[in-house]
Design a protein around this ligand. Sequence first.
Ligand code: F6R
Length: 241
Amino acid sequence: MNIIRVPGYEQMSRKAAECILSVLNQAGSPVLGLATGSTPKGLYAELILDHQKNGTSYKQVTTINLDEYIGLPVSDPNSYHSFMEQHLFCHLDVLPSNTHLPNGETADVKKECDRYEALIDQHPIDIQVLGIGQNGHIGFNEPGTPFGRTTHITALTSSTRQANARFFPSIEDVPKQAITMGIASIMKSRNILLLASGFKKAEAIKRLFSGEISEAFPASVLHHHPHVTILADDEALSSAT
Ligand code: F6R
């Protein structure tokens, strides 16, 4: 694991953007694996700034997101489709047909999982951006998820629903299920960039660095991946050192 320590959120976001831009400059038709949540918002703002200032084009770029809630319409402001549109896609020249998220609105969710996994196989991800849950989840792979799982339906733990409740009118409105890339799907990515910022992530980062590899702590699978960069700020690293 390559560990990059930065003072704070702004520097993390800038450095993350540098990592993504270097992949965009190397690959002819790059495939970016993207995440939602608070952590990558600064990264996306940096990519937008770069697009506006330097004209980096996304016309050849394909994006594949980690996850989406089940039961929220795509157009719901809290859907991950809406999040990506608002925080990234509508500001870039990426082709809408090249941006992919699981469809949590479909009647046959199981079939959607199979379709999504086939999509990942057709478009191998050059770099996958990850956040980390306080319980070590990556994507919505909660503790106990077998490392061999591909895209699947998952029940969100109450701690994850609590953590995401800040975006919804009340905790009852937070969906109980999601479609997520599995751990095996994430591990297919050529490179992985895990971002962590703030004291809230300090215990998870400490546990990640402890060397334990266990399905009880999903992010620990990353020790098995040959090209992982952990980009974390001082607060997130405060318990690890
Ligand atoms: C988001 C995702 C989640 C988040 C994680 C951290 O697509 O898959 O694993 O990365 O819950 O969320 P934040 O960044 O809001 O702390």
